[in-house]
Design a protein around this ligand. Sequence first.
Ligand code: RUB
Length: 318
Amino acid sequence: SDPPRSDAVESTADDIASMEIRGAATIARAAADALATQAREAATESATPAEFERAMRRAGRRLYDTRPTAVSLPNALRYTLGRMEGDDVEALRDSVLAAVSAFVDRLDRAQNDLGRVGANRLRDGDTVMTHCHSTDALACVEAAVEQGKDISAIVKETRPRNQGHITASQLRELGVDVTLVVDSAARRYLDDADHVLVGADSIAADGGVVNKIGTSGLAVNARERGVPIMVAAQTIKLHPDTLTGHTVEIEMRDEAEVIDEASRADIGDITVENPAFDVTPPRYVDAIVTESGQFPPESIVTLMRELFGESADRPWEG
Ligand code: RUB
């Protein structure tokens, strides 16, 4: 029979799937925290080390299966479950707890460090255009504000879920002057922007940036306008499977996010598609800002090899 699964894992997985918990870095942290709770519970419930390991892997699979695109989630599982070791249940538990706390520390540090790198690209008086809501991108603005720079923002609302509202409110808390626009107004307002600043859910070995649907169109328009495109992404966004030729799966979400049932019925027999992410080709990206400094997208593969080697293990399987 299957080992019991922690309520914390169940509710975290449900919240990730329903986007109560969302954004690549936030998802990674929540998954790691849920695994810590699972480790504590599994330590009291497991009679043998094998049983403990089975419970942890099962929890990992439940979290892995929630949303497919943000690689920070499998990378969080990789980091924490990959460090699970010990001859007895207590040692195994302690190894997972230590790995989770190291992982969460690294997340915090990475975001602060990349924020300072990104802030160096922003000058006093600059305006950034944002898409969706990215904590990595906001860290750059926050650091720039801390450096005493006056920053303004044009915030795209980001249909269908309007994550731009979260960005707008958090930028306001930083004291940034915010103008909210509908997505289709982006090109018009690029004339007023000095940077496009977005986050990433995954970055592929060729430097392609997977982020919220609409990022690629924004980047193409920005290039045409001569506005530099900066992607703020800590290294847990690097997708190691792409080193071996795998592609990044783009999540398709429910049509109910796009259109209500009544309107759909009025229109008649149509297809509604709701992809959550798209890929911005590396040639439209000027800089990827990480905690290890900024990189042209073409160089990101070197960093990826350094951090992950040639292959990515999947400790939640097996
Ligand atoms: C969120 C999104 C964000 C990235 C980066 O999509 O595309 O830009 O996840 O965020 P969703 P962060 O709302 O569908 O999860 O920098 O916070 O990791």
